[in-house]
Design a protein around this ligand. Structure first.
Ligand code: ZN
Length: 473
């Protein structure tokens, strides 16, 4: 856990706020992150705050308060309490839903809203309800229903992934006795799969809140404040917390590892894009967990060809590998060279291992990697009769020989190719450390990291038990 917490020190992306605009002023979406960075608003600050000078808070790039305080603004709140959205124009990111106008004037409350009309009713309604309630509360604060108030609100929305949508809303409020608008902001996050709003507490893993508060402390924030998680937003990059409305901090998913569960979209493999299968032989071992951490962090998969007699010792590791969607393959019961064994002995080496994987890891095996890659017709015949394919490799890292992370890294990166099967060994710390760079860099190069069975499922003609494969064809 310490390892993650120390990352908090490097944090501190401070985001600023922007404000209202009409519908139809979307950014092109290609710059959603920069759009997100200027998304929110301030909570209860008066525009008078910013009239003191725009340079006071350099991270504030715009916003309701600023717009109304600046000289080029023609439509600040007028004496009738009409907060003019036209004065608050900024570029918005509205990736979710169709920006829709909602205007009403009832009970001395004038509403001018832009809201998203999308496929998650709970989200659309949450924003509308928030705006209406905010206006009603404001009117009460100002003296009740005799006071004419107005509220103009708009939003930014982000398709965080195929499942999660997040929204940050801004409202500018005014009333008949004052020309000083007040601004408020809110955030909502929704799960497209359930159609429900996401509750921050529900996303926390055990100890997650304490760990995130520590991240905040490491970033120089008051981690004890009770409103720390009042306005939170999931983004493509991580978790953003809006503090005092005006500024936000963001922690990356890497920093949040082990603290937060983010609903993930269903896994998709694009057969038209390059893929590589990382494979790890001879484990499980104490170094396997580090590789699993990386696979989980980057949401990619690999294949572990386990030695059967090690599985019970590392049952939790093997179980975790399966739970994360990785493939477990068979590397015989005791790392036996299969070509010197009888058919019965070969069969026993395979089935004992498959049974151990089933018992201790809860997974089923489809592939056998013969130790040393040693394979002959007898091995193929026995494996075929038992229903297993045989898998060797196309990229040999020689990690068992070099025991050097740089060498392993270089071997993979210099030979990486679409359809490749990479031979590694999770017995070695150097191999696990090499993955710190290998996995993100292969992803950066456009490779999908898949299991051998996934990779070979795209073989022309499929796969046949008893056949030996070393790459996708
Ligand atoms: Zn081996």
């Amino acid at each position: 856990m310490k390892r993650f917490l120390s990352l908090g020190l490097t944090l501190a992306l401070i985001f600023s706020i922007a404000a209202l605009s009409g519908c139809g002023q979307k950014s092109d979406g290609s710059s959603s992150e920069s759009g997100a960075g200027s998304a929110a608003s301030s909570s209860t600050s008066s525009s008078a705050d910013t009239s003191a000078g725009e340079g006071k808070k350099p991270t504030i790039s715009g916003g309701a308060a600023q717009a109304s305080g600046s000289g080029d603004s023609t439509g600040t709140a007028d004496a009738n309490g009409d907060a003019d959205a036209a004065a608050l124009t900024t570029v918005h990111t509205q990736e979710y839903g169709t920006c829709t106008n909602y205007d009403s004037d009832e009970n001395n409350i004038k509403l001018r809203l832009n809201y998203p009309d999308g496929d998650i009713d709970a989200l659309d309604n949450a924003f509308l309800d928030w705006a209406k309630q905010t206006a009603a509360d404001y009117q009460n604060e100002q003296g009740g229903s005799d006071v004419a108030v107005s509220l103009a609100a708009s939003y930014d929305s982000f398709n965080v992934n195929d499942r999660v949508v997040s929204l940050v809303g801004t409202a500018s409020l005014n009333h008949s006795h004052s020309a000083l608008p007040e601004t408020k902001m809110t955030t909502f996050n929704a799960d497209r799969e359930t159609g429900k709003l996401l509750n921050f507490k529900d996303l926390l893993k055990d100890g997650g809140e304490t760990a995130i508060r520590q991240l905040c402390a490491d970033a120089g924030l008051d981690s004890t404040r009770t409103d720390l998680f009042d306005n939170w937003l999931l983004t493509a990059a991580g978790l953003r917390l809006y503090l005092d409305g005006e500024q936000a901090v963001e922690f990356t998913y890497s920093q949040l590892r082990g603290m937060l569960t983010v609903p993930k979209p269903p896994r998709k493999i694009d057969p038209s894009k390059p893929m590589i299968a990382l494979t790890f032989d001879d484990g499980p071992s104490k170094n396997t967990e580090h590789i699993l951490d990386l696979l989980e962090e980057y949401d990619v998969r690999a294949t572990f060809f386990v030695v059967g007699n090690r599985v019970s010792t590392y049952a939790d590791t093997a179980k975790r590998a399966v739970a994360l969607g990785n493939e477990i393959g068979i590397h015989t019961w005791e790392h036996a060279k299969l070509t010197v064994l009888s058919p019965d002995e070969i069969a026993s080496q395979i089935t004992r291992t498959a049974d151990a994987v089933k018992e201790y890891a809860g997974g089923t095996c489809a592939a056998v990697r013969p130790p040393g890659g040693a394979c002959d017709d007898t091995v193929k015949q026995v494996a075929g009769q038992l229903g297993y394919i045989l898998v060797n490799w196309s990229i040999d890292t020689l990690d068992w020989k070099t025991r050097d992370a740089d060498s392993t890294y270089n071997a993979i990166m210099s030979q990486a190719a679409d359809g490749g099967i990479v031979l590694c060994h999770d017995l070695y710390e150097s191999t696990a450390n090499a993955m710190d760079r290998v996995i993100p860099e292969l992803i950066d190069q456009g490779y999908q990291l898949v299991t051998v069975s996934e990779l070979l499922s795209y073989n022309t003609g499929g796969v046949t038990p008893g056949n030996l494969y070393s790459q996708r064809k």
